[in-house]
Design a binder for this molecule. Structure first.
Ligand code: OAD
Length: 255
């Protein structure tokens, strides 16, 4: 059944000039980065998000939050893009405009070669001053330290990620909305679609007349809005899709 759906999805891909690929933790799962909501291995299964990904958690125990993000950063640095990331990057060779909108705070899309990547939840590899909300470089050895380093203003530095209760970055959101309004097709890859406002984006695409194709081993909250559901892992489905649509190898490089 997937084969027929893959062919239909490939047919759509061949027709579009503007594509959005909307990704979540599942896109990086095959690179060895845990998702959030997997009951056994998900990040939230081992840790309490309210202690680690909130401002109040950071106030309570800045060292704990600092060490948790340093650990996640190491995981990302040791990981490589998987065939799903590479297939997404390869789409740029065949489709006029491809924008990746990701909820992931890793840089695996860029390392696979995707050029236009909007980070809705920030980046694990960048830091900012907690008070001034402005980008800052890390001093030497900061990632091995027990607590966050201080900005020249005296406030602690924090990873430049979006915590619960915080707004998504204004400019990334503006661009994401614009792309979703203009695209003919959105590929939704590896997200449970439960965190707002990101999860509203497929509805924006539909509202503006675009189609939505979802790739996920499990059905999600977004399956109901999807025109096609491709059951399976991103690293298996996406290379196959690119191959069927464009009759070539997915390619892609880790830069
Ligand atoms: P979730 O952990 O909620 O969902 C991951 C999704 O990926 C699930 O639907 C899985 O079925 C699917 N999945 C797992 N392995 C996959 C694979 N190999 N290929 C394709 N799909 C796979 O992660 P997100 O939806 O990204 O926000 O979570 C959204 C946000 O919630 C995160 O950005 C984070 C979290 O709270 C913040 O930290 C602000």
């Amino acid at each position: 059944m997937n084969e027929e759906r893959l062919r239909q999805a490939a047919h759509h891909l061949l027709e579009v000039e503007r594509l959005v690929v909307f990704t979540g933790a599942g896109a990086s799962a095959e690179s060895g980065i845990p998702t959030f909501r997997d009951a056994r291995t998900g990040l939230w299964a081992r840790y309490d998000p309210s202690e680690l990904a909130t401002r109040s958690g950071f106030f309570r125990d800045p060292g704990l939050v600092w060490r948790w993000y340093a650990w996640r950063r190491r995981l990302v640095e040791e990981a490589s893009p998987n065939p799903g990331h590479q297939a997404i990057a390869a789409l740029e060779r065949h489709i006029g405009q491809v924008t990746v909108i990701t909820q992931n705070i890793d840089d695996l899309h860029q390392r696979a070669g995707s050029r236009e990547v909007l980070h809705l939840h920030g980046s694990l590899l960048q830091y900012k001053c907690f008070e001034e909300d402005a980008p800052r470089l890390l001093p030497e050895g900061a990632l091995e330290a027990d607590k966050p380093p201080r900005c020249t203003c005296g406030a602690p530095l924090r990873p430049d990620v979006v915590w619960f209760g915080e707004a998504v970055p204004r400019e990334a959101w503006r661009q994401a909305l614009e792309c979703c309004q203009e695209c003919e097709l959105m590929l939704v890859v590896g997200t449970s679609g439960v965190v707002q406002p990101a999860a509203s984006l497929p509805y924006v695409v539909k509202g503006y007349g675009g189609k939505v194709i979802e790739v996920n081993p499990e059905e999600t909250d977004l399956t109901q809005v999807s025109d096609l559901f491709l059951a399976g892992r991103a690293g298996e489905i996406l290379p196959r899709l690119v191959e069927i649509a464009f009759d070539g190898r997915p390619g892609g490089e880790d830069r």
